[in-house]
Design a protein around this ligand. Structure first.
Ligand code: GRF
Length: 194
């Protein structure tokens, strides 16, 4: 069975790109919709370049708008890939166990409200941790708190800046997210994977 995937994005969409590049025509998952809260998100261009339907939310806090998009496209899995707003609780409830998020640190550390972008990597550096990485987890109604499905680790190196650490983590994200989606497609729902 083909898993129909929607990806929600707010920014440049390098994770979306990694996912699109990893899914061949025979893959058990297909990205059929890209949703954004921002009309200027670079990710939307990446989707259009592949002929994938895109939609810009008029009001990202409105569950009804999300639900009509997801239902019309018969979405099985919603992937948050750099989506920076909270998904309305009603959507999370309706798609319980079928929404995953990628976070650029080793949750449960360095997550939660306000922990996105450079702030995450600055916090990791400030903590003195010798490792960071990326986490894919199920989305529940609290930011960055749902069950962890998979993680990839990278070292924190002497002399790292938030930028250098972010690029190392991003490379790991680009492996981890496609692996999560493929594992979900094979199992029929998001599952722990390695
Ligand atoms: C990634 O670091 C992701 O973990 C975080 O936001 C960033 C999005 O990057 N949630 P991109 O838009 O996929 O390039």
């Amino acid at each position: 069975m083909l898993m129909r995937v929607a990806v929600a994005v707010s920014g440049r969409g390098s994770n979306l790109q990694a996912l699109l590049d990893s899914l061949s025509a025979e893959a058990p998952a297909r990205v059929v919709l890209v949703i954004s809260n921002r009309p200027d998100a670079g990710a939307l261009e990446r989707a259009r370049a592949r002929g994938i339907a895109t939609s810009v939310l008029r009001d990202p806090s409105q569950a009804s708008e999300w639900l009509s998009l997801l239902e019309a496209a018969r979405i099985d899995l919603l992937v948050l890939a750099g989506y920076l707003k909270l998904v309305p609780p009603e959507v999370v409830r309706r798609y319980q166990g079928r929404i995953i998020n990628i976070h650029p640190a080793l949750l449960p550390d360095f997550g939660g409200p306000g922990m996105y972008g450079a702030r995450v990597h600055q916090a990791v550096l400030a903590s003195g941790a010798d490792q960071s990485g990326a986490t894919v987890h199920l989305v529940d109604e609290v930011y960055d708190r749902g069950p962890i499905l998979g993680q990839a680790r990278v070292p924190v190196l002497p002399g790292d800046t938030a930028d250098s650490l972010a690029s190392r983590v991003l490379e790991a994200e680009h492996q981890l997210l496609p692996a999560a989606v493929l594992a979900a497609a094979r199992a029929g729902k998001p599952v722990p994977f390695s």
